[in-house]
Design a protein around this ligand. Structure first.
Ligand SMILES: Cc1cc2nc3c(=O)[nH]c(=O)nc-3n(C[C@H](O)[C@H](O)[C@H](O)COP(=O)(O)OP(=O)(O)OC[C@H]3O[C@@H](n4cnc5c(N)ncnc54)[C@H](O)[C@@H]3O)c2cc1C
Length: 317
């Protein structure tokens, strides 16, 4: 049996980042991944490196988000150096557009709550009105009556990131075991054994980063992670000249020029079908925000499942 310092199960963005980080620390790691047959959130990602609305009601999370944003430029530079893949990261700040008074009031209240909850850690935001916004975002439609803005937000190319993390990990000459579903394991203190691939492997530590697969995986280790799927659908347009200087929560222009529109939040279990009604809703809202989008051709669209925490019931509170 081959033994490692650690085994990471799941090669999406989370598992690949952890495995690469452990390899950088000099540890002998094995990364085991089921591959494309599994539900995978990472390739379906919209690409925001978002801070402004993360962690409402969870101050520890609210502190993580900007710290993570701060570390992004160094990671992007590192991956550009080796394995020479640009992850297209930019951090120009970001806005959340509000269509109508009700949305604006709700947003203002949320941002203020977050500022108060941030305490000494600070959370700088501004509410922008329709007079200031057109200077920041050209071509806005009259339906946009305001927005929240923070300097912390950014975006990146998630597919390039996934590819770069995998490649960087493999270049560290660490073990990558693809197309392998971990379905059995033995867990004793300091001695985990995983069945899969070319036989059993063992390590004193194991990381469960299997996304939605963690529901079935965690009981093998005496744990429970009842994460649930939430479908999101994304539309990408043809390339356009660069007009959007910063991302919004649901519209962003990629480095290559395509405009990404998203995202929906649908509680439909493991249904990964595309729904025209939802795509129409995404497109309609985008055109209300920037009427010039109406002229662009759609070149791609896809659904994917997010990995969400369990829904909380009143009885659980
Ligand atoms: C439509 C959409 C838009 C999103 N937009 C954003 C965004 O703008 N910004 C942002 O930060 N996040 C966004 N997310 C969320 C983000 O993509 C996910 O949080 C992230 O990709 C989760 O990564 P993961 O590695 O935990 O899971 P996954 O990417 O699902 O990876 C899990 C991996 O585990 C493997 N696996 C599963 N079971 C097993 C098993 N038993 N044995 C071995 N391997 C197994 C699978 O093959 C898979 O590769 C979005 C998600 C969706 C769906």
């Amino acid at each position: 049996m081959k033994r490692y310092d650690g085994i990471v199960i799941g090669g999406g963005l989370v598992g690949s980042a952890i495995a690469y980080g452990l390899a950088c620390e000099g540890l002998r790691v094995a990364l085991v991944d089921e591959g494309d047959v599994a539900y995978r959130a990472s390739p379906g990602n919209f690409g925001l490196v978002w801070v402004q609305s993360k962690g409402a009601g969870a101050p520890h999370y609210q502190r993580w988000a900007p710290r993570s944003g701060d570390q992004w430029p160094a990671l992007a530079a590192e991956l550009l150096g080796r394995p020479r893949i640009s992850v297209g990261h930019e951090r120009p700040g970001g806005v959340h557009l509000c269509l109508g008074e009700a949305e604006l009031e709700e947003r203002q209240a949320r941002m203020e709550r977050m500022r108060i909850q941030s305490g000494n850690y600070r959370f700088d935001y501004r509410m922008l009105d329709y007079r200031e916004l057109p200077e920041m975002l050209p071509g806005l439609g009259p339906s946009v009556i305001g927005a929240s803005w923070t300097p912390y937000d950014g975006h990146a190319n998630p597919r390039n990131l996934l590819h770069a993390l995998h490649k960087a990990y493999v270049e560290k000459r660490r073990t990558y075991i693809p197309n392998t579903t971990v379905g059995d394991a033995k867990a004793a203190p300091g001695d985990f054994r995983i069945a899969g691939g070319e036989g059993e492997i063992g390590a004193p530590k194991v990381v469960l980063a299997a996304g939605l697969g963690n529901v079935g995986l965690t009981p093998l280790f005496g744990l429970s992670a009842p994460v649930r799927p939430q479908r999101g659908q994304i539309i990408v347009t043809e390339r356009a000249r660069h007009v959007l200087p910063m991302p919004t929560t649901t519209i962003r222009q990629t480095v290559e020029g395509g405009i990404m529109l998203g995202d929906s939040r649908e509680d439909v279990g493991f249904d990964t079908s595309q729904k025209p009604a939802v795509m129409q809703m995404i497109a309609r809202r985008a055109v209300l925000s920037f009427p010039w989008l109406r002229e662009l051709q759609i070149v791609r669209a896809w659904p994917a499942l997010r990995v969400m925490p369990p829904a909380r019931r009143l009885a659980d509170l």
